[in-house]
Design a binder for this molecule. Structure first.
Ligand code: PHE
Length: 335
């Protein structure tokens, strides 16, 4: 017995030296002081020793138990105060900064576009990214054989279902559900079959604008685009319209903003033209009104597109569209 008692004491002390965490200390307590622990086992051996020796060893065992308990308590207190080697609290260390998330730059720009148009009385509309041929092409005056379909490198899901190539199908969906007057924008993601490079991505973002009423004119379109340009990029930004073609507008135009980097003077980014292409626009084609059951004799309207990625690139001076989609935190943290 005496050797056993000494052995338990030595073992406990050796193990206690290496305790660094509260969990390890609890395991140690269970191993020695627990109901089936070493000390409790030693007490049960008392039954087997001669009667005369019992009191002495009983006392020895009690002493052992007290000693182990007191060492345990000391260890417990010191761990609680954080004095364990790994849990040592160094008050001179700098604090850990909590990680704060933020909105993606494209969402920030999209929100800004929405709020500018809301202030001009536009509603915000939404449509599906998986569209039927009817909404993406047919109702927009692009019948099956129409050559303008080649302008858009469509990603087909089936012969009749596509990933929308532009946000213009939302025009159709809104007009089917509402009577004029309509004043809406519809921001969202669009898809085209493109090999990614600095200025191309197989998906990107547009905001569609549509205004329909009884006396809506091209001059209204110019006023709204100009107001948007100034609110987005500053009062000194000019807008110009160039003749163009879209099957769903007539007349059609492309519009440019004066270069936001050189403010129109000419620089490397605008290739010395002083202008930046933004998107297309025009007066809603009568065939589009017919497709949704509006009377083209009664109503007129204008529509415009807007590249959200492009506007974000201009606003923040970003030269590669792929940066938006790689989710590199070193990029995203800058916004
Ligand atoms: N949908 C056209 C495009 O994606 C842009 C556009 C919208 C043109 C509305 C005219 C009117 O290129």
């Amino acid at each position: 017995m005496p050797e056993q008692i000494d052995q338990i004491k030595r073992d406990f002390e050796a193990e206690a030296k290496d305790i660094r965490t509260a969990d390890a200390l609890e395991d140690l307590r269970i191993k020695y002081l627990g109901r089936k622990g070493h000390i409790s086992n030693a007490f049960s051996l008392l039954a087997e020793i001669p009667k005369e020796e019992k009191p002495k060893f009983g006392q020895e065992l009690n002493k052992l138990k007290k000693a182990v308990e007191s060492q345990y308590n000391t260890l417990y207190e010191s761990l609680k105060k954080g004095k364990g080697k790994d849990e040592y609290l160094d008050l001179t260390l700098p604090g850990r900064k909590p990680f704060i998330g933020r909105k993606h730059p494209l969402n920030q720009v999209s929100d800004e576009i929405k709020s500018i148009f809301k202030s001009l009385g536009f509603t915000i509309e939404d449509g599906p990214e998986i569209e039927t041929d009817f909404y993406n092409f047919e109702a927009l005056n692009m019948p099956k054989s129409h050559p303008a379909r080649d302008m858009q490198d469509t990603l087909y899901i089936t012969e009749d279902i596509v990933l929308r190539t532009h946000t213009s199908p939302v025009q159709i969906r809104v007009m089917q559900n509402k009577k004029p007057p309509i004043r809406m924008i519809a921001p969202g993601r669009v898809y085209r079959r493109d090999t990614p490079d600095a200025s191309h991505s197989p998906f990107f973002h547009q905001a569609e604008g549509l205004v329909v009423g009884e006396d809506v004119t091209f001059a209204d379109l110019k006023g709204v685009i100009e107001s948007f340009a100034c609110q987005m990029f500053g009062e000194d930004i000019n807008v110009r319209f160039r003749p163009s073609f879209f099957p769903f507008t007539e007349p059609s135009a492309e519009y440019d903003f004066s270069c936001v980097f050189c403010r129109g003077k000419g620089c490397r980014v605008c290739k010395n033209t002083g202008w930046m292409e933004i998107s297309g626009a025009g007066m809603v084609h009568p065939n589009v009104f017919k497709a949704v059951g509006y009377d083209p004799e009664k109503y007129t309207g204008y529509a415009f597109g807007m590249g959200i990625d492009r506007i974000a690139m201009l606003k923040y001076g970003i030269n590669d569209i792929r940066l938006f989609f790689e989710n590199d935190l070193r990029f995203l943290n800058q916004f």
